[in-house]
Design a protein around this ligand. Structure first.
Ligand SMILES: *Cc1c(COP(=O)(O)O)cnc(C)c1O
Length: 447
């Protein structure tokens, strides 16, 4: 069994509520937030954080909550993970910024070397670093256009790629991501995704359907890139049927189309492999990473085939902060943690524990349409038993029930009917089980 190194001043790994949620200090701070911050920036829970580690979030009123979200799949190694804290403290005292394009520094190069080594693909690779997932996706598209001399990009139903103008266009769901924010960038197209629960197609059948859409509506001669999440995150933890991704990749290779895997949510041990693409042995031309890369510091990357990565003109990629030295130091410590603490194995263990517990619930509740996902990226799709229709109301009722009782539960899905569990790998199994038991209790309370 793998063991995650824990902070010296580890919080007691328990759920403990000392006030109603939100507590009085959070209520007071929320009034300040509402007077100072745009209402467009929402909060899942009106509870302010004070300290986080292991599987526990301590709030400013002294309540200890169970973390089943990792700040949306970011703090996979835990928040304030010891190696990350130490690396950041050292780097911040040396220098905080130079701009890599002005005066380069070693940690940036070391992160690129680590990503070239760790990502799928036996070919020669190069990497470029950015600040956020969306910024990296934008750059992957720029690189693909430079490499192919073509312009069109195809994304998939239920896909999520970010909130900037180009990535909003690539994102499928309207509310809240796109509504009222157009016009969107041109030359973005959408193909049908493989969604086994809802389409019943095999991977090759679903791929043939997607390719027909691409060939009839875009044309390979216009298509620079196909971008896809190997397991869709925001869209509902949709795992395409086996064979779907390999067939798409093969088609891309035959047609000079750059295959971009958006592993921003699935990357870095999250799915029980270092990268989710490994599950079917595919080697994308470009892989985009962020979220789990740096233990919570903002960093993102595009890694891929050297010939593709080197195709933009010199100076064509960059940015003031991209690959910030503190974020790079954190990434190196985070990557070391994945490797030395064997967190890939830990993620598989989380899958066994979580799916085992959720199955007990599913066995007696026909509203559980499907349990799916891999590693520490597990979802439950909730449906109306008679019709199989998505049950968004039940989903939000369960999530609210859990949050009121100190369990941080996220939902997702185009139809809002998927509970998603993304615990940090530093969570003790008992706490994970306690959190999931509360989810089942929430379902029973909403029978
Ligand atoms: C979160 C996410 C993004 C966007 O990343 P940001 O850092 O929020 O810009 C893009 N793609 C996927 C799959 C994501 O989960």
């Amino acid at each position: 069994m793998s063991v995650v190194e824990l902070a010296v001043d580890q919080l007691p790994q328990e759920r403990k509520l000392v006030t109603d949620l939100p507590g009085p200090k959070s209520v007071e701070l929320m009034a300040r937030k509402e007077a100072a911050v745009s209402t467009a920036v929402g909060n899942l829970m009106p509870v302010f954080a004070q300290k986080i580690n292991g599987g526990v979030v301590l709030d400013i009123d002294g309540n200890s909550l169970i973390d089943l979200g990792s700040g949306i799949a970011v703090t996979t190694v835990g928040s304030s993970a010891p190696r990350v804290v130490e690396a950041v403290q050292q780097q911040v005292a040396e220098f905080t910024h130079t701009c890599f394009m002005v005066t380069p520094y070693e940690p940036y190069v070391a992160v690129a070397e680590a990503l070239n080594r760790l990502t799928p693909g036996t070919f020669d690779k190069r990497t470029a670093l950015f600040n956020s997932g969306a910024e990296a996706v934008e750059n992957a598209v720029k690189i693909a256009r430079a490499a192919t001399g073509k312009t069109a990009v195809v994304a998939f139903d239920h896909g999520y790629h970010g909130r900037t103008n180009l990535t909003m266009g690539l994102t499928s769901k309207n509310v809240p991501y796109k509504d009222g924010f157009g016009p969107f960038a041109p030359e973005i197209y959408r193909a049908p995704m493989s969604y086994p629960l809802r389409d019943g197609l095999s991977g090759p059948e679903a791929a043939a359907r997607a390719i027909t859409t691409v060939e009839s509506q875009i044309g390979a001669n216009n298509l620079a890139a196909m971008i896809i999440e190997p397991i869709q995150g925001e869209g509902g933890f949709i795992e395409p049927a086996p064979g779907f991704l390999p067939a798409l990749l093969a088609w891309c290779r035959e047609n000079d189309v750059i295959f971009i895997a958006d592993e921003i949510q699935t990357g870095f041990a999250r799915t029980g492999a270092m990268f989710a693409c490994e599950n079917e042995g595919i080697e994308p031309d470009l892989i985009v990473t962020a979220k789990g890369i740096a233990g919570g510091l903002p960093l993102a990357a595009v890694t891929g085939r050297a010939d593709v990565m080197n195709s933009p003109k010199a100076g064509g990629l960059g940015g003031t902060y991209g690959g910030n030295p503190i974020a790079c130091a954190a990434a190196l410590a985070t990557i070391k943690t994945y490797e030395q603490d064997n967190l890939v194995e830990r993620a598989r263990e989380v899958e066994t524990v979580a799916k085992g517990r959720l199955q007990l619930w599913a066995d007696t509740d026909p509203r559980v349409g499907q349990i799916r996902g891999r590693g520490a990226m597990i979802a439950v799709e909730l449906v109306e038993p008679a019709t199989g229709k998505p049950d968004a109301k039940l989903t939000s009722s369960i999530a609210s029930y859990c949050r009121a009782r100190g369990v941080i539960v996220l939902s997702c899905g185009t139809f809002g009917n998927v509970l998603r569990f993304l615990p940090p790998l530093s969570i003790p199994n008992e706490l994970l089980l306690e959190g999931l038991a509360e989810v089942e209790a929430g379902a029973r309370a909403n029978a």
